[in-house]
Design a protein around this ligand. Structure first.
Ligand code: GLU
Length: 448
């Protein structure tokens, strides 16, 4: 295939949440798999609700997920293109002025419902004479503009859902331009997709009907067969099956980041849940890209379970290598040392847990001593340094022999004295990091 071009097109009217991460990532991974380009397009035609702060936050959130757009565009900069397209549609008789108010349309829909008819716009405005239009304008009414759909079946081979078809006659002619002259999402999206050479539109299945309309608009503007490929993925829902909305603030990407969730955990879950692949930890987006196959996404909703994200987060941490985290260890002032990371990663459910284990390694620790005599006996048996992986085994065998203790009665008092905690990484790995001097102090009951 020629170099694919994909886009992620959020409206900057709020923060991204985990459900928005799915189309963002499916597009980014598609580009990664096929050597394609990824465009970030801000759909900011809604002037009132769109905010520059949200656009900035979205760019930051995408960067956090590991997504680097090749191009960023804003629809608010591109109005001239939409105006030109609207003029062409008007000239071709595919965009017509309508003067109904919301109330009038509402009453009409109610009458249709009472007669058991679907609420499809009846195209009354198409029959308006120039004189009637002038009369409306004289009353101060401004037209809104509808696209004249062809009443034919639109077909496409969906990248996710396979062959799809929508009958144009089952849809209302969509409003493309509001009475105040602003554009709804439909036309700008199409114009941009054509202008920016988008080859694959990958988005949520809530857009399936839009696709039928948009294919007709693209063909009206650029000729038959000019539409890109479309793929509509299943949507993430809450565990109980409700849609994720921007109001679920604690599932915003910013909030997950603040909770210490790893971006790779969000990446893996947002992509793999509701796919043919098991949800599993990955070390990189490249690795995740290998697991994505749009054709094998499930058709059922993908249920997002927060507990699963937390469990996956821990697994992601357990799989990271020292090189993946060295800088972050340094930033937190933890030992930037692969022995330390390998010793503690299995005991981190969020990355910041390394701070606890760094304190265990380097102090100060307040030892918990239940039997000072036992601890002092153990201290007397500590071998000289250098210490390595075999030190713990050799030392505890000597302590067992000298004191007659074994199992928990042997190990727990040593753990409590050496770490001040009743749980934590294997002491075999921690003891050399603690070192002889601190170990001696802690076994004697000193804060060290
Ligand atoms: N701004 C639209 C949305 O957020 C984009 C849909 C599309 O990908 O075309 O739903």
């Amino acid at each position: 295939m020629t170099q694919p071009v994909v886009r992620f097109a959020p409206s900057p009217t709020g923060r991204l949440h985990i459900g928005n991460a799915r189309p963002a990532l499916l597009n980014a991974l598609f580009a990664l798999n096929h050597g394609g380009r990824f465009i970030l397009r801000f759909d900011d035609t809604d002037r009132e609700r769109s905010k520059a702060e949200y656009a900035d936050a979205i760019a930051t959130d995408l960067a956090w997920l590991g997504i680097r757009p090749d191009l960023v565009v804003r629809q608010s900069d591109r109005t001239a293109l939409y105006d030109a397209a609207a003029d062409r549609l008007r000239a071709a008789g595919r965009l017509y002025a309508c003067y109904e108010t919301e109330d009038e349309l509402d009453r009409r829909r109610k009458r249709q419902a009472a007669r058991g008819l679907p609420p499809i716009y009846d195209r009354a405005a198409l029959k308006l004479t120039d004189e009637e239009k002038r009369a409306f304008e004289a009353q101060g009414r401004k037209p809104h503009w509808r696209f004249l759909l062809e009443h034919r079946t639109v077909e496409w081979d969906d990248l996710v859902r396979g062959p799809c078809h929508v009958d144009g006659a089952s849809l209302s002619d969509p409003v493309l331009i509001r009475a105040d002259g602003t554009y709804l999402y439909t036309l700008p999206s199409v114009v941009d997709d054509v202008d920016l050479g988008v080859t694959h539109v990958i988005r949520g299945e809530d857009h399936v009907t839009n696709t039928a309309v948009q294919i007709q608009i693209i063909e009206a503007l650029a000729g038959p067969g000019s539409a890109p490929a479309f793929g509509h993925h299943n949507l993430l829902t809450t565990a109980s099956g409700e849609g994720l909305s921007k109001r679920l603030g604690h599932l915003s990407l910013g909030s997950l980041r603040d909770q210490g969730i790893e971006p790779l955990a969000v990446d893996a879950l947002a992509v793999l849940v509701g796919s043919a692949e098991a949800v599993r930890p990955v070390r990189s987006l490249e690795e995740l890209a290998q697991l994505v196959d749009l054709g094998r996404l499930s058709r059922a909703p993908a249920r997002f379970d927060e507990a699963e994200l937390h469990a996956l987060n821990a697994k992601v941490l357990h799989h990271l290598e020292f090189a993946d985290v060295a800088d972050r260890l340094r930033e937190l002032g933890a030992p930037a040392d692969d022995r330390f990371w390998l010793a503690v990663r299995g005991n981190c459910s969020v990355f910041n847990d390394v701070v606890t284990w760094a304190t265990v390694a380097r102090g100060p620790v307040t030892p918990v001593i239940e039997d000072l005599g036992f601890c002092e006996a153990a201290a007397a048996l500590l071998p000289p340094e250098p210490w390595g992986d075999e030190t713990w085994g050799a030392w505890t065998r000597a302590v067992a022999e000298a004191t007659g203790r074994k199992g928990k009665a042997l190990f727990m008092p040593l753990r409590l004295a050496l770490t001040g905690l009743d749980h934590g990484p294997e002491l075999k790995a921690m003891l050399p990091l603690i070192g002889r001097e601190r170990a001696l102090g802690r076994l004697g009951g000193a804060v060290a």
